[in-house]
Design a protein around this ligand. Structure first.
Ligand SMILES: O=c1[nH]c(=O)c2nn[nH]c2[nH]1
Length: 296
């Protein structure tokens, strides 16, 4: 037998970091994050010869994430993943590559007596802000940012007609349906234009990734609401085009959207009208529509 490939590390490393405003220590920002770090490298003997000498324990990886999260500014997550990538490649000469993912959970400040409170937050749904980095010792890197599990629904302004009809088709065309999905959007950064992980860190400080995230989230929510959607496919393509237009340093934008169906309940047996008022959720099976859009 031959070991064809291997990778190992720690998954689901969680932390919550409090960032205090230097001018007013009672004004806080919080980041609750879940981190995965996987190594690629010269670990074969641990698999083939039960020789653990090269293994950096996954417990050490977990300790490192927490120490670096304490010492380094974790905001925004793109800067932190770049810092972790540089740390592991520089520290362990037998690590040839790292694969890092970080999910940031959504804590949103809320108003008290009409003013946003300094350090009180609500968990704003299951929505995540994501970043992933694949970094090789050669300096090559793939950096992606994204939004995940942002569940949206619109109760009209969605259509689906003019589709292929055959002897297996029962779906009725419609110019007025409910559309609901869990947004999973990923934009890949142009690593040539950004240049290096060190530049990722300086761009992070300069606000590039925060403004891109804001643009992508606003574009997604605005087009979802404003477009009289011809299909999931058409609407997600338009979202990709708009994000590419707004964020020049992004090379491709991808969406993966489940179509979480709500079907009109038929009351005709009861002699009742149902003018797009009463639906029943039917999320299984769901449509699943994916695309990746790049530049000409
Ligand atoms: O937007 C849609 N795209 C599809 O491909 C599809 N198939 N059934 N319903 C659908 N709705």
């Amino acid at each position: 037998a031959i070991l064809q490939s291997s990778t190992y590390g720690k998954d689901n490393v969680k932390f919550l970091k409090v960032k205090k405003d230097p001018s007013n220590p009672k004004v806080h920002e919080v980041m609750e994050a879940t981190v995965k770090v996987l190594f690629v490298g010269d670990f074969d003997v641990a698999y083939t010869n039960a020789d653990n000498a090269p293994i950096v324990p996954t417990d050490t990886i977990k300790n490192t994430i927490l120490v670096e999260a304490k010492k380094f500014d974790v905001f925004p997550i793109e800067g932190f993943v770049a810092h972790l990538g540089l740390h592991f490649i520089n520290k362990y000469s037998h690590v040839s590559g790292v694969d890092i993912e970080i999910f940031q959970h959504r804590w949103t400040k809320y108003p008290v007596n009409g003013k946003i409170h300094d350090h009180s937050f609500v968990k704003d749904g299951e929505e995540l802000r994501t970043a992933s980095l694949k970094y090789k010792r050669s300096g090559e890197f793939v950096l992606k940012s994204g939004i995940k599990d942002l569940t949206v629904l619109k109760s009209t302004g969605s259509m689906f007609y003019g589709f292929n009809q055959c002897d297996y088709t029962t779906l009725k065309p419609t110019t007025d349906r409910i559309l609901s999905t869990d947004v999973d959007s990923v934009w890949e950064w142009d690593s040539k234009k950004i240049g290096s992980l060190q530049n990722v860190i300086s761009q992070a400080r300069a606000g590039l990734f925060d403004s891109a995230y804001k643009s992508a989230r606003e574009t997604t929510l605005n087009l979802f609401a404003l477009e009289n959607s011809a299909s999931v496919q058409a609407t997600m393509y338009n979202m990709c085009e708009e994000i590419l237009r707004l964020v020049p340093l992004v090379s491709t934008v991808s969406y993966s959207l489940p179509n979480k169906h709500y079907f009109l309940f038929d009351f005709s047996w009861k002699g009742l009208e149902n003018d797009n008022e009463l639906f029943y959720p039917s999320p299984h099976p769901n449509g699943l529509i994916k695309c990746t859009v790049g530049r000409e």
